[in-house]
Design a protein around this ligand. Structure first.
Ligand code: F6P
Length: 544
């Protein structure tokens, strides 16, 4: 940590942004666009195949200058270098943060504790590719000699959301004669529904867990083993129907999975940053090793862009700074991610873990309580469905919600007019949000006076439009890395540890205490608060 780091709200750029905010608040997007006819072209960056239009934000050139000064005063460049060079920037867990090494090309050198980790990354990728090819070609056989037709990934959090998002996003490229499912919830319904129409003889389970101790995943894994052995009878069938992705060889062996069928990763890969590690094994089986490598290539290109591009043309930096602007100056509580692409239907859910588990923190890296807001709530749905649901609030509600619209120029499924209609809707939404409709305009349409306020749109609601040529594996890699590094930029400015997740621990520990109280009649009296005690008694009572 640089010694000269000044507290966030005492940095000069922060103070200047604070006064600048007062001027901007009085301005409007109508005026900003009218004053500068080339704003729409000027306030956009084209980089790495992504067109990033940020002109419909409540900003001027001065805002961007000040935000970049804030990035400089927050030593973002040093922080980026520290991450890429393997420094232990996850300070509370004393770990390096090197998801960028997962997509580094062969021949690069990234060192952790003096050891180049890139060769190990490629050794695991090669092992995954060999296994994926065997499953895809049918040469990997189940216990009774039948090829595998169904793959079920069992994992939760980063060991589920990345794989399921990537599978859905890249389904167009997937092997269509195979079925891919994802079980995460400890709710038995998840497992029951995922398996009810499948044959154990043709089903492969990938148990994905960094720690291999997560309650939900281990419960589902044991249920999967019972489900398999109920049909296949012999313990030796496990080796043919179970593989593991983990950092914990000991626990994998204890579960009964042959560690030859284990795909490793490392403690410097955070769960929510792991979809391009062996945690992506289900993705690789679905789309094949070549497509998987091209996804990694996309990640790497965005990594290099983030590492080297000047901040005024650096997509993740600009995206991160705009987030700070709304979160910390406008007081926006949430941010919406609105992909106009059905294949990205799980992208908002994936981003929720990436953004909120990373930046939902209340103390600085040194442990001091922050006196400013940190990570906003991320949410979203694919367009156009959201338009007929919650967009009303974005357009006319009392809350400011910055939106990311994500769209692809070329559709993967060309069906009549569908794509033109889809894209017309994205453009219309950002236009409507930005410029609204004045009472005069509403009146001129012949609207009776009493109805005018209801039909008026204030406008001035900010959005970014992200346009990409088409949804390829490479494009997905770039898009995910864009958000990863934007989260990094924000966390670095807020001076928090974006790579730990202590906030999930208390609930886990309390559940461990309550489980035996539900499973056997507690011998001593319940020792919780009166609400929790009553809830537990009600549940126990319901079983009598
Ligand atoms: O509970 C949160 C968490 O630790 C996430 O950070 C992680 O992605 C998830 O649980 C799953 O952990 P594991 O891969 O170790 O099962």
């Amino acid at each position: 940590m640089p010694n000269e780091m000044i507290e966030l709200t005492k940095r000069q750029a922060w103070k200047d942004l604070d006064s600048h905010f007062r001027n901007i608040r009085a301005s409007s997007l109508r005026r900003l666009f009218a004053d500068d006819p080339s704003r729409g072209e000027r306030m956009a960056v084209q980089a790495e195949g992504i067109y990033f239009d940020y002109s419909k934000h409540l900003i001027t050139g001065e805002t961007i200058k000040l935000l970049i000064r804030l990035a400089d005063e927050s030593h973002i460049r040093d922080r980026i270098d520290a991450m890429f060079s393997g420094e232990k920037i996850n300070v509370t867990e004393k770990r390096a943060v090197l998801h960028v090494a997962l997509r580094a090309p062969k021949g690069k050198s990234i060192r952790v504790d003096g050891k180049n980790v890139v060769p190990e990354v490629h050794a695991v990728l090669d092992k995954m590719a060999d296994f994926a090819n065997r499953v895809r070609s049918g040469s990997w056989k189940g216990y009774t000699g039948k090829p595998i037709r169904n793959v079920i990934n069992i994992g939760i959090g980063g060991s589920d959301l990345g794989p399921v998002m990537a599978y859905e996003a890249l389904r167009h490229y997937s092997k269509r004669d195979m079925t891919f499912r994802f079980v995460s919830n400890v709710d038995g319904t998840d497992f029951a529904e995922a398996t009810q129409d499948l044959s154990p003889e043709e089903t492969l389970f990938i148990i994905s867990s960094k720690t291999f101790t997560t309650l939900e995943t281990m419960t589902n894994a044991h249920t999967a083993r019972e489900w398999t052995l109920r049909s296949l009878k012999q313990d030796s069938a496990v080796a043919k129907h179970f593989v593991a992705v983990s950092t914990n060889e000991k626990e994998v062996a204890k579960f009964g999975i042959d560690t030859a069928n284990m795909f490793g990763f490392w403690d410097w890969v955070g769960g929510r940053y792991s979809m391009d590690s062996a945690i992506g094994l289900s993705t690789m089986i679905a789309i094949g090793p070549e497509h998987f490598r091209s996804m990694l290539d996309g990640f790497h290109k965005m990594d290099e862009h983030f590492r080297t591009a000047p901040f005024e043309r650096n997509l993740p930096v600009i995206m991160g700074l705009l987030g700070i602007w709304y979160n910390n100056f406008f007081g926006a509580q949430t941010a919406a991610v609105l992909p106009y692409e059905q294949y990205l239907k799980r992208f908002p859910a994936y981003l929720q873990q990436l953004t909120m588990e990373s930046n939902g923190k209340h103390v600085t890296r040194e442990g001091k309580a922050v006196d400013y807001q940190t990570g906003p709530i991320y949410w979203g749905e694919p367009g156009t469905n959201g338009q007929h649901s919650f967009y009303q609030l974005i357009h006319q509600g009392t809350k400011l919600i910055p939106c990311d619209f994500i769209a692809f120029l070329k559709p993967l499924n060309q069906l009549g007019r569908h794509h033109d209609l889809l894209i017309a809707n994205v453009f219309a939404q950002s236009e409507a949000l930005a410029f609204g409709k004045t009472p005069e305009e509403v009146k001129a349409e012949g609207t009776p006076d009493w109805l005018i306020p209801h039909r008026t749109f204030e406008g001035n609601r900010p959005s970014t439009t992200i346009l990409i040529e088409s949804l390829t594996p490479e494009a997905l890699g770039k898009l995910v890395a864009l958000y990863e590094h934007s989260v990094f930029t924000q966390g670095a400015i807020w001076d928090i540890d974006s790579f730990d997740q202590w906030g999930v621990e208390l609930g886990k520990a309390l559940a461990v205490r309550i489980i035996p109280e539900l499973e056997k009649e507690p011998s001593a009296g319940l020792q919780h608060d009166s609400s929790t005690n009553t809830l537990i008694r009600k549940y126990i009572g319901s079983r009598k």
